[in-house]
Design a protein around this ligand. Sequence first.
Ligand code: SF4
Ligand code: SF4
Length: 425
Amino acid sequence: MPNNSNLLSKEKTQKQNRIWVRIASVCNNNCIFCLDSNAHDWTFSDEEEIKKNIKDWFKEGFNNRVIISWWEASINPKFSDYISYAKEVWYNRVQTITNWIMFASEDFCKKVFNAWLEEVTFSMHWHNETLHDYLVGTPGTFKKSLKWLLYIKKHFPNIIINIDIVVNKININYLPDIVKFYMKLGIYEFDILQIIPFGRWFHENRQKLFYKLEDYSNKLSETWKLSKIKWMYMWTNRFPAEAFENFEDLIQDPRKIKSEVMWEWRHHFEPFILSNWNEKQECFPAACDSCFLKQYCNDFIDNQKKKIIDDKQKYFILKWEEFPSNVYEKYGKNKEDFIGFLKNIDKPILNLPKCLGWTWIYETYNDIMEEKSIEDYTEKYINDLYRKKSLRCAECKYNDKCEWIHINFIRSYWFNILNPINNNG
Ligand code: SF4
Ligand code: SF4
């Protein structure tokens, strides 16, 4: 039975009201994998609008966290003012994500920490100078960052420091060593990010950086195992769920897709939704096989061709539950409870794979025809269409036609809930 204490403890963080405030379209690094390089226009966002967003997006009654970022937020001369302003609005936590170039100064550190910056995510992609500096395209960054990281740990012990690592072909073989290196410095929170096909990595450095997950599954597993160490808090971003077989508590919350497609890269996704996929993205189809949004983009096309289910009254509809704790509440704490629940349903079940039931009929995007905005499609996708299979499904005779099961059931009961059916089954 899966040990889901990690999953349930992460759920508390995911239930927070987390908002990302963009304050700079500029960066003082030159990362060879930058996803946003074509959007750097050396401007800062409008002060009034930033403050309005900070104020308007605060939610009464929630644990509120603001992440002041994009792209290198610390360059904005009003960075510390926005931190203070967020505290005046009563955010519980103010965080930033940084390459740390600006933090290499005692005065700057004092200024921002006195303004009440409480958590800093430090982007480090290697554990030595040569390759970190190569990846970030700026000589001297590694030594400086490390020096000031240690300075902050010593002089501002209450500041929460975590590390984000962008995984790519150059560093993936060393990923477990990179994590261990920073653990030795006393850092136990990591955000491991997969590259996605935008910006400089796609246009200039694809050949150097692109890797196939299946070729490095041993290095990924070795890294995921470190998440089991006491005190360790590991988050993952933009990896396809299949990369976490046996480590399902690391699968990213499906709602995170919203921040990618509706906020960060809305300009990529909105035109294709509104044009019924006639206006294709530049990365389609070249990079889809390595992209965690493969289903999001491709399901939109595929589901349009499917038949609409007319009489839903006839079925029990297996709906998504927003959090694993909701899944447990409704279906029970372990997979046997869930399977027992399904067996007791007295009508055919929609959205269930063959190995868990007999109907094998799924809802589609077209079930709600009026959906055309990116918000509506994204909600529909996350709530109904975001289904996943196990790597073992390749052995199943229904693999080609199956549409698997909603990702939150996989997160709750793990991939081994699915049982490949062989030719005798
Ligand atoms: S799935 Fe394909 S089209 Fe969609 S963002 Fe990824 S690479 Fe681009
Ligand atoms: S094992 Fe996989 S492919 Fe086979 S029915 Fe179950 S989910 Fe579908």
